[in-house]
Ligand binder design. Structure first.
Ligand code: AMP
Length: 281
């Protein structure tokens, strides 16, 4: 496994792959790898000749009041996990490599990035779309793997790829969860033991909505109310949103008549957690 941090090194590491026209699978991450990332890597390794993992805590997707500087950085352990997963190249650039001095260009994906997390994290998806575009250009993958846990992110990237006709296939992979249902996240390590136990209320709320939906309930108001009832059992969970939106554009709806998602975001203490489930008849 090669570990590279500059564009020249990345080019060199991928030169023979390009010459031989071998397929590149790409998994962009911010590091602090866990089994959720490992599942994306496993799929990339199984479907491509060469797998590239990027580790880059992207400053442009964090607002000034967010956790950019304290975001967990566990580079050595990440490389061990990457090696075990069968990764060929780890690309770990510095911010100066991705955004050379004077950088002024950003990608704004309208509509799909505006509700849900977009409402609470202005500029977040602009930073995400910009860095993913930049990484796609550098890595030139045939396939790129994203987690359904960050569903809005998957949809924003999907829209960007379609609009700009980028020659890459975006693949959304299922969310990997802990035993109690909590979605794995690099941010879970911020949680105290007490907060960690309380965080299970999020998957419980998703499950409640899933059950109601399975029973035939299609009223958005009623389904969201069933989730809020569950969430209210943990008053420490500071809800930002619990919303049902139509897929794939995340338009607001009152009744579920096609594929939809129920998504939650909120704070437990200082830690922001998100999760979602897909509702499909
Ligand atoms: P991050 O490092 O948090 O930016 O995540 C990198 C990629 O891993 C993104 O595509 C995430 O959606 C994905 N990911 C994060 N957590 C999980 C999880 N629990 N299951 C599956 N994929 C995940």
């Amino acid at each position: 496994m090669k570990i590279v941090s500059t564009i020249a090194e990345l080019k060199k590491a991928l030169a023979s792959t390009r010459q031989q026209k071998r397929s590149v699978g790409f998994v962009p991450t911010m590091g602090a790898l866990h089994e959720g990332h490992e599942a994306l890597l496993a799929q990339a390794v199984s479907e491509n000749d060469v797998t590239v993992l990027s580790i880059f805590v992207n400053p442009t997707q964090f607002a000034p009041n967010e956790d950019y500087s304290r975001y967990p950085r566990t580079f050595d352990e990440d490389c061990l996990r990457a090696q075990r997963a069968g990764v060929d190249v780890v690309f770990a650039p510095t911010p100066e490599v991705i955004y050379p001095q004077g950088w002024s260009t950003y990608i704004d994906v309208e509509n799909v990035s505006e509700g849900l997390c977009g409402r609470f994290r202005p500029g977040h998806f602009r930073g995400v779309a910009t860095v993913v575009y930049r990484l796609f250009r550098l890595v030139q993958p045939k396939r790129a793997y994203f987690g359904q846990k960050d569903l809005q992110q998957c949809l924003v990237i999907g829209r960007m790829v379609r609009d700009l006709r980028l020659p890459v296939q975006v693949i959304a992979c299922p969310t990997v969860r802990e035993k109690d249902g909590l979605a794995l996240s690099s941010r879970n390590r911020y949680l105290s033991a007490e907060e960690r136990a309380k965080a299970a209320v999020i998957p419980k709320a998703l499950e409640a909505v899933g059950r109601e939906f399975e029973r035939g309930n299609r009223s958005v108001e009623a389904l969201v109310a069933s989730a809020k009832k569950v969430l209210s059992t943990v008053p420490e969970f500071e809800l930002q949103y619990a919303e049902i939106r139509a897929l794939p554009n995340l338009d607001p709806i009152r009744k579920i008549e096609g594929p939809a998602t129920f998504a939650i975001a909120g704070y437990l203490g200082k830690t922001r957690l998100i999760d979602n489930t897909i509702l499909e008849a």
